[in-house]
Design a protein around this ligand. Structure first.
Ligand code: ASP
Length: 437
C-alpha cells in the first residue's frame, strides 16, 4: 500500500478545530455585518459558499467511482461467494434493528416530553413535497435497467447490485477474472489516494460550510420549537452514545471509546455536509484503515448503510410525528405508532443519504397516520442543524454495523482497531496484508 499523505489524528483535530472556528466566525458575522449588502454577497454568498460547495462537490465526485471500484475489488476477492449473502443478511438485519431501536426511542421521548404542546413556530415555510414510491417500486428500482444511467444519477442501490454482480463474475472467470480483478484492486488504491487529497482540504471546506450556517441562522427561528429541537438532539445523543456502544460491546467485546475516537473525522464530515452519501469516501477509508474492517466487508456495508441506514433520520421523524400530532391536537393510537415505526424503517431504505431527505420522507410517514403534510412547515426552519446532527448519527451507525459484521466474519483486523490514533494511516492494514501473503 502507498504511504498515506497525512497523519490521521492531526487532520481529525484540524477538522474539529475548523468546525469550531467556523461556528465562531459565522456567529460573529451574524451578530455584526451579516445584513450588510457587501458582506452578504461577497463573503457569505460569495467566498464562503463557493469554498463550501466546491468541497462538497469534490467529495460527491468520488462517491460513484469509489463505491463501484471498491465493491468490485471486495466482492471479487471473496474466496467464498456464499459469504456475500451472509454479510448482506447480517448488515441488513443490524441496520433495520438499530433503526427500529432509534424510532422507538424517539417515540418514547416524544410521548414523555410532549414537544408539540405549547409550541409556537415563528417561521412557517412551505415547500413542495415529492410523492414517495411504493416499497415494491423501491425493490424494482434496485435493479438497474442501465448501469451507466444509474451511475450518472448516483443511484446507490442499483450501483451496488451491478458492482456485486460484476465482482462475482470476476471471481468466477479464472485467469481473465484475475487480470480484471487486479486492475480494479490497483484502481481502488488510486481512488483512495484521491480521497486523501480531498480530505486534506477538509479544514477549509468545513470552516466555510459551518461559517455560512452560523451567519445565516437566526436564533429566533428556534425559540418557538425549542422543546422539539432539544428533544431531537438529546435522543440523537442517547442513541449514538448508548445504543451503538452497547451493541458494539455486547456483540464484539470491543471498546466503544476506541471506536468513537477513530470515527471523529467521519462524524465531522457528515455534520458539515449533512450528507451520508457525500461522506461515503471518508467513511469507507476510516472504516477500513482506522477500524480495521476488511475491504471485502466494508465495500459492501458502507455504501449500503449510507443508503438504507438512517437512525438519526428515524429519530427526527419519530419526534417530529409526535410533535405535529400534539401541535394539531391529534392523539395517535398504539396501532398508529406501530405504523409510524414500520413506515420510518421502510422509508429509509429507498432514500439516498442527501441533505434534507428526512423531511421529504416524513411526508409519507405523516400521511400513513392521517396527519397533515403541512405540519412539516412547522419544523422546516430549524431542520438544517438537526439534519447535520442526524447525519453524524447515521454515519456512526454505518461504522458500528460494519465493525460488528466484520468482527463476526473474522474480517476485523484487531491490530488496526487498537492501533493508537497517531500511527500512520494504513500501517496496520499493510501489516495484515504482509501477514496474509
Ligand atoms: N441528511 C441525512 C443523510 O444524509 C438524511 C436526512 O435525514 O435528511 O444521512
Amino acid at each position: 500500500m502507498a504511504e498515506p499523505v497525512f497523519d490521521h489524528r492531526k487532520l481529525s483535530n484540524r477538522i474539529l478545530l475548523a468546525l469550531l472556528a467556523g461556528l465562531v466566525f459565522g456567529v460573529a458575522l451574524n451578530l455584526t455585518i451579516a445584513d450588510r449588502e457587501w458582506a452578504q454577497s461577497f463573503l457569505i454568498d460569495g467566498l464562503l459558499t463557493v469554498v463550501g460547495e466546491i468541497f462538497v462537490r469534490l467529495l460527491s465526485m468520488l462517491v460513484v467511482p469509489l463505491v463501484f471500484v471498491s465493491l468490485i475489488t471486495g466482492v471479487s476477492a471473496l474466496s467464498d461467494p456464499k459469504s456475500l449473502g451472509r454479510i448482506g443478511g447480517k448488515a441488513v438485519f443490524l441496520y433495520m434493528l438499530t433503526t427500529g431501536v432509534a424510532i422507538s426511542l424517539a417515540l418514547a421521548g416524544g410521548l414523555i416530553v410532549q414537544p408539540g404542546l405549547g409550541a409556537s413556530p415563528v417561521e412557517q415555510v412551505t415547500r413542495e413535497i415529492a410523492a414517495q414510491p411504493s416499497f415494491g417500486q423501491v425493490l424494482i428500482d434496485m435493479v438497474p435497467r442501465n448501469p451507466v444511467a444509474a451511475m450518472a444519477s448516483g443511484d446507490m442501490l442499483p450501483i451496488i447490485i451491478f458492482a456485486v454482480l460484476v465482482g462475482l463474475a470476476i471471481a468466477m472467470s479464472g485467469e481473465s477474472g484475475r487480470r480484471v480483478g487486479g486492475f480494479f484492486t490497483d484502481f481502488n488504491t488510486v481512488i483512495m489516494r484521491l480521497v486523501e487529497f480531498v480530505m486534506l482540504l477538509a479544514p477549509y471546506g468545513v470552516f466555510a460550510l459551518i461559517a455560512v450556517l452560523g451567519a445565516t441562522t437566526g436564533i429566533s427561528t428556534f425559540l418557538g420549537v425549542l422543546k422539539y429541537v432539544v428533544l431531537v438532539l438529546v435522543m440523537l445523543l442517547i442513541h449514538a452514545a448508548l445504543t451503538y456502544s452497547l451493541l458494539l460491546k455486547f456483540t464484539t467485546g470491543l471498546s466503544p471509546r476506541v471506536f468513537f475516537s477513530k470515527i471523529r473525522a467521519v462524524q465531522a464530515f457528515a455534520f458539515s455536509t449533512a450528507s451520508s452519501g457525500a461522506t461515503i469516501p471518508v467513511t469507507l477509508k476510516t472504516v477500513e484503515q482506522r477500524l480495521g474492517v476488511d475491504n471485502r466487508v466494508a465495500s459492501f456495508t458502507v455504501p449500503l448503510g449510507a443508503t438504507i441506514n438512517m437512525d438519526g433520520t428515524a429519530i427526527m421523524q419519530g419526534v417530529a410525528t409526535l410533535f405535529i400530532a400534539q401541535y394539531f391536537g391529534v392523539d395517535l393510537s398504539f396501532a398508529q405508532m406501530l405504523m409510524v415505526v414500520l413506515m420510518v424503517i421502510m422509508a429509509s431504505v429507498g432514500a439516498a443519504g442527501v441533505p434534507g431527505v428526512g423531511l421529504v420522507l416524513l411526508a409519507g410517514v405523516l400521511a400513513s397516520v392521517g396527519l397533515p403534510a403541512e405540519g412539516i412547515a412547522l419544523i422546516l426552519g430549524v431542520d438544517r442543524i438537526l439534519d447535520m446532527t442526524r447525519t453524524a448519527v447515521n454515519v456512526t451507525g454505518d461504522c458500528a454495523v460494519s465493525t460488528i459484521v466484520a468482527h463476526s466474519e473474522g474480517s476485523l483486523d484487531l491490530a488496526v482497531f487498537h492501533e493508537r490514533d497517531d500511527a500512520p494511516a494504513g500501517a496496520g492494514a499493510a501489516t495484515r496484508r504482509g501477514s496474509e501473503a
